[in-house]
Ligand binder design. Structure first.
Ligand code: AR6
Length: 165
């Protein structure tokens, strides 16, 4: 079942949360910064050993001080106008995150709106891609959460979910 939750992803009590990281995996601003602050310095030390992650792929780490057991770090595409493969790369982020989640026995997972902050991906276009991959994975999970940072994003996700049902 897909749920829309408004708020800070670091607070969610789920098996795994997804991080919108950059290719270094060493932290940054936005949701990445919030996750690193909440998980504690052990996360950066652990990530430093992973050797980065290419755009469209994902890596998994423990959640350290988070309520979530796992953090799945994925690197969304920087929006460059839409004809540089951005849609396929964003879809790949969601798919690869789900693939790692299933490999690790994750039953509940929360995603932020990957690429729609600093990386500038248009929000509705990104949400349609996110929800498409989430729907395809619904049978394999107890809870799939679209974690929205702000009422406007939550309203967008709720509208798109209602449109589809
Ligand atoms: N919980 C849930 N969502 C959040 C939170 C939070 N605590 N904080 C922000 N968001 P962004 P990107 C939302 O910029 O566009 C970083 O510096 C935010 O409102 O975090 O993929 C990385 O290191 C937006 O809807 O990620 C990369 O360099 C969404 O999360 C770069 O930013 C994504 O915004 C990645 O950019």
């Amino acid at each position: 079942m897909i749920e829309v939750v408004e708020g800070d992803i670091t607070r969610l009590e789920v098996d795994a949360i997804v991080n919108a990281a950059n290719e270094t995996l060493l932290g940054g601003g936005g949701v990445d910064g919030a996750i690193h602050r909440a998980a504690g310095p052990e996360l950066r030390a652990h990530c430093a050993r992973l050797g980065g992650c290419p755009t469209g792929q994902a890596r998994i780490t423990p959640g350290f001080r988070l309520p979530a057991r796992w953090i799945i770090h994925t690197v969304g595409p920087v929006w460059r106008g839409g004809d540089r493969g951005e849609d396929a790369l964003l879809e790949s982020c969601y798919r690869e995150s789900f693939r790692l989640a299933r490999e690790h026995g994750v039953r509940s997972i929360a995603f932020p709106a990957i690429s729609t902050g600093a990386y500038g991906f248009p929000k509705e276009r990104a949400a349609r891609i996110a929800l498409g991959v989430m729907r395809a994975h619904e049978p394999h999970f107890e809870r799939i959460i679209a974690c929205c940072f702000g009422a406007e994003d939550a309203a967008l996700y709720r509208r798109l979910l209602a449109e589809a049902s």
